[in-house]
Design a protein around this ligand. Structure first.
Ligand code: ZN
Length: 195
């Protein structure tokens, strides 16, 4: 289970609470300036046993930036996270969009690209039944689920209530399928990440 676009002072604590309740560790792909601004949330996330990995500094599609600009963005973001004591090894790019050179940039920085299999499309403001219905056929061993604990630039909703509400039924469904959610590094080991 992965969460992008945080940390968010309102929604990240609620996601952490519900993950604690269901006893699941997840992976958070953070926006570096938000991580610096809300460093206590990053610390809480790590203390609870979750992974914090790199999303971006500026949330812009790689196809709309130069390679040099993305390299600078990545360098700045990784430095910010290092200042918080985090050494990311996974990278989910903004919007999950890759330019032809994204893989090479990832390798330059020692990062592995992390995609997903099941997109909840929670950013759109869908309800829990809609989201569960859509992703259910995609759930299984090794499946990576995309959710958001923050309101990124594409969000068509004003809050993340439905994502908070999705966690418990999603975990229940996964356990019915015999799957136990783990942080992404555990799920994927040293393989390339993605579906
Ligand atoms: Zn994002």
């Amino acid at each position: 289970m992965t969460f992008d676009d945080g940390p968010d002072p309102l929604w990240t604590p609620r996601i952490l609470d519900v993950l604690e309740r269901v006893d699941v560790r997840a992976t958070f792909f953070v926006i570096a300036p938000l991580a610096l601004k809300h460093r206590h949330l990053v610390a809480e996330t790590l203390d609870a046993g979750h992974e914090v990995e790199f999303h971006c500094t500026e949330h812009v599609r790689h196809t709309r930036r130069s390679r040099r600009a993305v390299e600078a963005d990545t360098r700045e973001g990784l430095q910010a996270l290092r200042n918080l004591g985090i050494e990311p090894s996974l990278w989910r790019t903004p919007w999950g969009v890759h330019a032809p050179w994204t893989q090479e940039v990832a390798e330059e920085f020692g990062l592995r690209l992390a995609s997903w299999r099941a997109d909840t499309k929670d950013w759109r403001g869908d309800t829990v039944p809609e989201m569960l219905g859509r992703i259910e056929p995609l759930l299984g061993q090794g499946s990576i689920v995309l959710m958001h604990d923050g309101l990124g630039p594409g969000a068509q909703r004003t809050g993340c209530e439905e994502t908070v509400a999705l966690v418990e039924p999603l975990v229940a469904r996964l356990r019915e399928l015999g799957c136990e959610p783990t942080p992404l590094r555990v799920t994927v080991g040293e393989q390339r990440v993605g579906a």
